[in-house]
Design a protein around this ligand. Structure first.
Ligand SMILES: [Zn+2]
Length: 344
């Protein structure tokens, strides 16, 4: 079969690899119907994070079950499924607690040795019953992009908002106008936030944020961004900040606009050591968040997507196939496209 591999910074190729096949009785083989390119993939592509030579790429995908091992009872061949951005057993103490990202048997697509990446024709899914979430039969093909967004970015934005305690009437500021930040806008609106202030210097991304429910925008950086938000809030700042970037600059803005006693829900991969403990102490600030427990959020958010109450599909601004995937990485790297959907 064909699958995407990274051979070095800026060098993604579609290679011939061994077919995905059952290895354990708890496995399923899933044919990939749609995969996405993520900001995390770009981190590898840019050489910011270490990779193995020829590492398989992609952790966001939806597909159709083609084969199941003898012990799999939750899905059958022919079922269309959402695949969270990692595999979890569904039975360990962390999975039972609702924190599958800390699963004792966590497997990460493309990263764990022997585990396929999602940007290919098919994937062997370990712990199929613990990992896969079936999509009801008869779901429209047009729902595919929205369902694909649930594999990572929508659940990650939701995690920032839930962790920060966003609720009805809240005033929220969102740092990051990439797919996760935009999904955090949707999540904050879904949780009833009254005012959603987005930092963005890109008109096209701000337009999506507005469509998703953003009420105010600050198109500035650094101290001007802090001043802009304080101006919008009569100097008060906001109770909740959703930090979806992870840079020193974005953390400085987050700390500059959050009110004392407030919360920062952070999901951006940190490229900085972040705030110091003394800077939090005097202000009674709470930092909360981390890597989203996607599998735990999926049932509820899937219900909202299927009912039409939630539609993150506008984060996809490009559709291609495997032959176009190197171009998709290039366009996302140069920020000429927001997020690519790949139909193998
Ligand atoms: Zn587990």
């Amino acid at each position: 079969m064909r699958a995407t591999r990274l051979h070095g910074p800026g060098d993604v190729r579609v290679d011939s690899v061994p077919d995905a096949a059952l290895a354990d009785p708890t496995d399923a083989v899933v044919r990939v119907d749609a995969a996405a390119v993520c900001g995390t993939d770009l981190g590898f592509y840019r050489g910011h994070a270490p990779t193995a030579p020829g590492q398989r790429m992609g952790h966001e995908f939806v597909g159709t079950v083609v084969e199941t091992g003898a012990d799999v009872t939750g899905v059958r061949p022919g079922d269309r499924v959402i695949v969270p951005f990692n595999a979890s057993d569904g039975t360990c103490d962390y999975c039972v607690q609702g924190l599958p990202i800390s699963c004792r048997n966590l497997q990460v697509w493309g990263m764990t040795p022997g585990i396929d990446g999602g940007q290919g024709e098919a994937v062997r899914v370990p712990f199929a019953d613990g990992t896969l979430v079936p999509i009801p039969a008869g779901t429209s093909e047009q729902m595919l992009p929205a369902l694909l967004a649930l594999t990572d970015v929508m659940c990650t934005g939701h995690h920032a908002a839930i962790s920060a305690g966003v609720r009805t009437g809240a005033e929220v500021a969102i740092l990051g106008d990439g797919a996760v930040g935009l999904c955090a806008v949707l999540a904050a609106r879904r949780l009833g936030a009254e005012r959603i202030i987005v930092f963005s210097t890109h008109e096209d991304r701000a337009a999506v944020a507005k469509q998703f429910g953003a009420t105010d925008f600050v198109s500035a950086r650094d101290q001007a961004a802090v001043d802009g938000l304080l101006h919008l809030t009569q100097g008060r700042g906001v109770h909740h900040v959703l930090e979806c970037v992870g840079t020193e600059q974005s953390w400085a803005t987050a700390l500059g606009v959050v009110r004392d006693g407030g919360t920062i829900g952070w999901v951006g991969t940190p490229a900085t050591t972040g705030p110091t403990l003394p800077s939090l102490l005097m202000r009674n600030l709470t930092l909360t968040g981390g890597v989203a427990p996607v599998r735990a959020y999926l049932p509820q958010l899937l219900g909202d997507v299927l009912s039409g109450a939630l539609d993150p599909s506008p984060v996809f601004t490009m559709v291609t196939d495997l032959d176009g995937i190197a171009g998709a990485y290039r366009e996302m790297d140069s920020r000429t496209t927001l997020k690519a959907l790949v139909k193998p």
